[in-house]
Design a protein around this ligand. Sequence first.
Ligand code: SF4
Length: 325
Amino acid sequence: MVTNDKDILLKDIKPVEPVVTPRPPSDKRKLSPSSIITYRSCPRQFYYRYIMRLPTILNIHLIKGTVVHAVFETLFNKKTFYKKDLEGESLKLFEKLWGREKEKLSTLTLDPVELAIHKNDCVNMVNSYVNKIRIDMKMLMELGKAKNEGHAYMLVRPQFKEMYLHDTELQLHGYIDRVHTDWDGQTTIGDYKTSNRYGLGIKDDYELQCGLYALLYNRVKHLNADWTSIIFLRYGTEVMTRVTPTTIKYALEAVKEVRDKTDATIEKEDYPMKESKLCKWCNYYDRCAGLRETEDDIRQKKAIEELTAQKGKDKLAQTKIPDKG
Ligand code: SF4
């Protein structure tokens, strides 16, 4: 078979899309609260993120969330921190953990003023939540529920840092930010949020997320949680929802729905786009808008032209008769 130049050149260009390899039928896809919520909000986003496994683009909000989570995880892991200056210690810890992200932050090309605003926002979140801890401790002591400061701190301090749960039968797994058993034996499963939501109530997504955590807790630990809570760090507020059999049933139905749909196919067309006001924040906006393909086409054309030109030059150099001088 005669191979023309174009065939060779196209072969040399790396494919722009990762290859999607089907999993054997026995190998069930592992689902998580995040992947289930992603599927529910936009199946195409699920396809790009969990089937094609396209990398998530780093942004300032991801870094802020990671640092603030890490501050509280480390802080609450130390039982005796109430004896120290809780406020001062949490800020010291924040500075240390923020500093560790220096390299990643430098890749974001934010101007120094913008970066300072984001950093200050994190400081406010840390202060706000520590403040809430202080108020809760004070209330517990005033109400006689806690004997002293140390006792109060032990009551308000989350008893677990992140708890990893994996249900092998449902192939559902996830990390719970906080599991807390109260002085009166009530267990609350909590999740920290750094979002700027304000006001009463929680989004449907958060409600489903909490339900999925309660389901995991029930199936893996064989325990029923009493409450789920979303802790909005920015405002130091907490929204609690009672866990009922309906909560668990709702979560189970969501797992089943996403399992059935995503185990059946890995074809892109089976994961429709669900456009919303959130698209503008989505990692895959360029792909859905067709901009990515256009850019890839342009790049591919350019690469072919460059390679063709180079090949022409090489041929010319080979056929050139050497100068005998
Ligand atoms: S841009 Fe919109 S439609 Fe496309 S994947 Fe993201 S959320 Fe879905």
